[in-house]
Design a protein around this ligand. Structure first.
Ligand SMILES: [Zn+2]
Length: 142
C-alpha cells in the first residue's frame, strides 16, 4: 500500500483487527520513509460492479446510494435500519453473483422494487395494506 503522504510503496502494517462486526479488517499502517500513519479497511468484494445509467454513462456501484433509496422509499413507514441493511446486502450479493460486471440502473431499480414489495411483511409500525374489507370499499358497494 502506497504511502498517501510521500508516495513510498514500502509501508508497514502495525496492527490489524476486525471491525464493523467482523465484516471488515482495519489495518493501521506506518510509512518508514516519512513516518506517516494511516488506516486502511479490507472488505469482501466478490466482484467490481459498474452501473450503466440510462444516459449511457457508467459509474461505480455505490452501496450507500442503494441504502438511501430505501430510506427515501420507506420514509413514511419507519422500518428497522437493520432490515434495510440486510435487504441492500441481499441485492448486492445477487448483483455480484449474476456474472455481469455492468448492471443497468433499471435492473437495480427492479431489485429495489422487489425488496420493497417484501418489505410489506417486515415487522414495523407499518400501516396495514389497503384491502377489500376496508371501510371505503364497503361504502362503495352500497
Ligand atoms: Zn511516507
Amino acid at each position: 500500500m502506497r504511502c498517501p503522504y510521500c508516495g513510498s510503496e514500502d509501508t508497514q502494517v502495525k496492527d490489524s483487527r476486525p471491525a464493523e462486526d467482523y465484516t471488515s479488517i482495519r489495518r493501521r499502517r506506518i510509512c518508514p520513509d516519512c513516518g506517516g500513519r494511516f488506516t486502511t479497511f479490507e472488505r469482501v468484494q466478490l466482484r467490481e460492479l459498474m452501473v450503466l445509467k440510462k444516459t449511457g454513462r457508467k459509474a461505480p456501484f455505490d452501496r450507500n446510494k442503494l441504502v438511501r433509496s430505501f430510506q427515501i422509499a420507506l420514509r413514511k413507514r419507519p422500518v428497522d435500519a437493520d432490515r434495510i441493511e440486510r435487504a441492500v446486502s441481499g441485492i448486492v450479493r445477487r448483483l455480484e453473483s449474476s456474472g455481469e460486471t455492468e448492471i443497468s440502473s433499471e435492473e437495480i431499480g427492479l431489485q429495489v422494487l422487489e425488496a420493497l414489495k417484501s418489505s410489506m411483511t417486515w415487522p414495523s409500525s407499518a400501516t396495514p395494506p389497503f384491502t377489500a374489507t376496508s371501510p371505503m370499499r364497503r361504502i362503495s358497494k352500497r
